[in-house]
Design a protein around this ligand. Structure first.
Ligand code: DLL
Length: 434
């Protein structure tokens, strides 16, 4: 049966839940048969696929974590043979290795549908020209939005990130009507436009679809006034699909509708892993129920948010999640790039001349995030050779860019100058105001 023959977005909940249960059961049966990790975990927990009789039974299944994905790097979580995988994306892992995700032809098709649907929720139609400033590559933003825009029938400009002045010229000349990108980068772009004497009031945008990092209502206000458009939030993560897991509707711009015909959502207390009372904040957990290549069951996102069950005036019955407010782990998002302090540590430790004492200082200069890595030089390598030290800073900065894809200023400091802590080391000083 084709997945898209009825209007899933406005289905009454009863019908939606019946579909969710059927899809969940199929998914669990399939992964039990094809992914050794799930079979072993479920056998250990004494659960069989046939035990999933109601949606609530999902709670009997163990959670899946980023560590589980790491333990099965790169392809052992895939539920189909590689011949059926037509696309691979990746996102930052907690150490050197990324988290790898795969898609079958049908998965790419589903994703394109969901992104088209998300763009339509944000006000886009086939007649629009979509300026896509999310990065193309292993990151899911660029290609996810690209396929969605094409599926919608819109004209997509695959401009990707960077080259800000050229982006502004393109905006003036190609007259795009929908803008996609990471909110902090788009604010930076607005600033550069101003410097170039370009007024967004003279451009043609009606909606902006922004996401891939947390942003606040204050930023929404700034984006809407500076860019003269309606700013809509989009959320997603590579492990679950990429962008399009949830999106705000342009009608309310108040919470993101989760594509519940594809994902089952739970909010749990990150310490006890028990469900929180309805509406309370906690860690958002997703189960994918239509993915073929890389299904995830009860995947702990580490993102903190809450659900809003109030019916939406747009008519969609899919539940809304509020804007995520933070994470339970130490992952930073710097200019849209996910960065774990442990990844930086691995790069630092490759140099035998620095001590394992470092601090990451994150600031927002103008609207752009900056990362400074302060690291102590070890006693033996400490010298007055300024040129030598500068070369070393340059080398470490280059290595960080190579390994993590993020620009960082490296500042070597004298031995024993980074404050030692009594308990957990304070590795991150985040001065950004969101
Ligand atoms: O950021 C996918 C994406 C691309 C979403 C474009 C939206 C637009 P990852 O690189 O795997 O995937 O990073 C996922 O980014 O767990 C959140 O912590 C954060 N994140 C993504 N969107 C939002 C948002 C993409 N709208 C991680 N608000 C997630 C807050 C967000 N945080």
């Amino acid at each position: 049966m084709p997945i898209y023959d009825i209007d899933y977005e406005t289905m009454p909940r009863e019908g939606l839940e019946a579909i969710q249960l059927r899809r969940l059961q199929t998914t669990i049966e399939r992964i039990y048969a094809t992914v050794p990790f799930y079979k072993e975990t479920y056998d250990k927990a004494g659960i069989k696929p046939s035990d999933i009789k109601r949606l609530d039974d999902l709670r009997r299944l163990p959670f899946t974590t980023k560590q589980d994905l790491r333990d099965n790097y790169p392809y052992r979580m895939f539920a189909v043979p590689m011949e059926q995988v037509i696309r691979i994306h990746a996102s930052s892992g907690t150490t050197g290795k990324p988290t790898v995700v795969g898609y079958t032809k049908r998965d790419i098709n589903t994703w394109a549908d969901l992104m088209a649907r998300s763009m339509a929720a944000a006000g886009a139609t086939a007649g629009d020209i979509i300026h896509n400033a999310w990065g193309y590559g292993l990151f899911t933003g660029g290609l996810g939005a690209h396929y969605g825009a094409e599926r919608l029938g819109a004209s997509v400009i695959p401009v990707s990130g960077g080259n800000t002045k050229r982006q502004i010229t393109i905006m003036q000349d190609f007259k795009p009507t929908i803008l996609c990108g990471t909110p902090s980068y788009i604010l930076h772009l607005a600033e550069v436009a101003l410097e170039m004497g370009v007024d967004f009031k003279n451009l043609s945008f009606k909606s902006g679809i922004f996401g891939a990092e947390p942003w606040t209502e204050k930023m929404r206000h700034e984006l809407e006034t500076k860019l003269n458009l309606k700013a809509v939030d989009i959320y997603g993560l590579s492990e679950v699909m990429g962008p399009g897991v949830s999106v705000e509707c342009v009608e309310e711009q108040k919470g993101l509708h989760i594509a519940e015909d594809h994902f089952i959502v739970e909010i749990v207390d990150p310490d006890t892993l028990e469900p929180v009372p309805p509406g309370d904040p906690g860690e958002i957990v997703f189960t994918t129920i239509t993915k073929e290549a890389f299904p995830v069951i009860r995947y702990r996102t580490k993102d903190i948010t809450s659900l809003n069950p109030v019916p939406c005036t747009c008519g969609r019955t899919h539940i809304r999640m509020n804007k995520p407010t933070g994470r339970t782990d130490d992952m930073l998002i710097i200019r849209g790039v996910n960065v774990f302090p442990s990844q930086i540590e691995s790069v630092l430790m490759e140099s035998r001349k620095v001590a394992p004492h470092y601090q990451l200082v994150v600031d927002r200069v103008g609207n752009l995030d900056t990362l400074t890595v302060k690291v102590e030089i070890d006693e033996a390598s400490f010298s007055d050779d300024i040129k030598g030290l500068q070369a070393m800073e340059g080398k470490i900065s280059h290595d960080i860019k190579e390994h993590l894809g993020v620009s960082a200023k490296v500042a070597l400091v004298e031995p024993k100058t980074i404050e030692r802590s009594q308990g957990k080391a304070v590795r991150v000083i985040d001065n950004r105001q969101f």
